[in-house]
Design a binder for this molecule. Structure first.
Ligand code: ADP
Length: 384
């Protein structure tokens, strides 16, 4: 089928959906999004079904109009998708995989049962179970993660074990949670794996993420990662192995921790384009978004080769600014060679909300870091 004849349905219309659509425009792919009004992708989608991502009837309506369905967010109605898949609808990735990933507890159990290295963990149903389970975990700190519903660091608390044992009123969640061992001084790596129905599998170059400790959000990303080729190969092998064990078709971001003894642990998998792959739009022959389009259309996969070293900065809502806003400094930022600004078209800001991103290319990673420093210095946000 010609790309322009394929109708793609996207559940969710945020920035990931917007960039997926942008990547499909050269091929005139026809997109329908399901999203509440005023989402970033709404202005460029061919059709827009206005509705909640949990609404079974809206998901069925989307499926009726499209040849293939994908999603750009995890918190959607899986039961509806499973019913559609059973009736032969192409849904990429399969909702069976989303069902595992949507629940951080099931995801950890999957890793454990399939020999995918991950940090040791315990599952609790409520706050009263914390004490016994905490005592089974090593180390002074623990990462506590709500099993369902968290995103972008929300629903994750990095806590001190002794404090939790001594002051039970400080336990942050009274709900089903994964308690996992904390990796001290971890380097955070991500590998995006792509696999199509033809059985082709490949990865994008490994990236290194630097986090904003306060917001638990990626604020800075570098590719290539500053790791040896041995670690790089190991990370890519582990990421591909995890996707093969999931029998995944689609595009998946595998987030990992590298500790100081060179152990690598899989943290979590996102079954969709990912923040750690935004730079691929300019930095790689094929972007993560084009690659997903190729998979959705059952076309051959493109080369994921990195053309130039790159950094990516998330443009996050500034502290203290709420509602209407203006981004400042772009006149200076856009004058720098190899700088690409993406704005997500969100009408309102709030602190740490993802409002856009900036990709920076250079001949060496040092040159990239130097330019990234300038971009950070110039970037501002003004309350309107
Ligand atoms: P989310 O799904 O909200 O992105 P993550 O599981 O990625 O949640 O956790 C958010 C951040 O918290 C991670 O990127 C990392 O910086 C930190 N973190 C989470 N788990 C651990 C851990 N076991 N050891 C060290 N840091 C962790």
């Amino acid at each position: 089928m010609l790309p322009s004849k394929t109708k793609v349905g996207i559940i969710g219309g945020g920035q990931l959906g917007k960039m997926l659509i942008e990547a499909g425009q050269p091929w005139n792919i026809n997109y329908t999004i399901l999203e509440i009004a005023n989402a970033p992708a709404a202005a460029i989608a061919n059709q827009h079904i206005v509705g909640e991502l949990s609404d079974r009837s809206k998901i069925f309506e989307l499926a009726n109009e499209c040849d293939v369905i994908t999603y750009e967010i995890e918190h959607i109605n899986i039961e509806a998708l499973k019913a559609l898949e059973t009736n032969g609808k192409r849904i990429i990735p399969s909702p069976k995989i989303l069902e595992i990933i949507q629940d951080k507890g099931l995801q950890k159990l999957f890793f454990q049962h399939h020999g995918i290295p991950t940090t040791d963990f315990e599952l609790v149903e409520n706050a009263s179970e914390w004490k016994d389970k905490l005592l089974k975990l090593k180390g002074e700190k623990v990462a506590a993660k709500l099993r369902k519903g968290g995103y972008d660091g929300k629903g994750v608390e990095l806590v001190d074990k002794k404090t939790m044992l001594d002051f039970t009123d400080k336990i942050p969640f009274n709900a089903p949670v994964v308690l996992e061992e904390f990796v001290e001084n971890a380097t955070e790596l991500a590998v995006i794996v792509c696999r199509n129905e033809r059985g082709e599998i490949s990865t994008f170059p490994t990236v290194e993420m630097q986090f904003d400790a306060k917001a638990n959000l990626v604020e800075f990303l570098l590719s290539p990662a500053n790791i040896s080729s041995r670690i790089d190969e190991k990370a890519k092998r582990m990421a591909m192995d995890a996707i093969l064990k999931l029998e995944g078709i689609g595009l998946f971001a595998v987030e990992m921790f590298l500790d100081k003894h060179e152990n690598i642990f899989v943290n979590e998998i996102a079954p969709r384009p990912h923040n750690s792959g935004h730079h691929t739009i300019e930095a790689c022959y094929t972007s993560q978004y084009e690659q997903l389009n190729r998979i959705l259309l059952n076309m051959p996969m493109g080369s994921t080769h990195l053309i130039k070293p790159a950094a990516m900065l998330n443009l996050l809502g500034f502290d203290g600014i709420y509602g209407t806003y203006e981004i400042t400094g772009l006149d200076k930022i856009l004058a720098i060679e190899g700088v690409f600004v993406h704005l997500y078209n969100k009408a309102e800001t709030k602190p740490k909300r993802k409002m856009g991103h900036i990709t920076i290319l250079g001949d060496t990673i040092e040159a990239v870091k130097q330019k990234a420093g300038l971009v950070k210095e110039y970037l501002g946000m003004k309350q309107l």
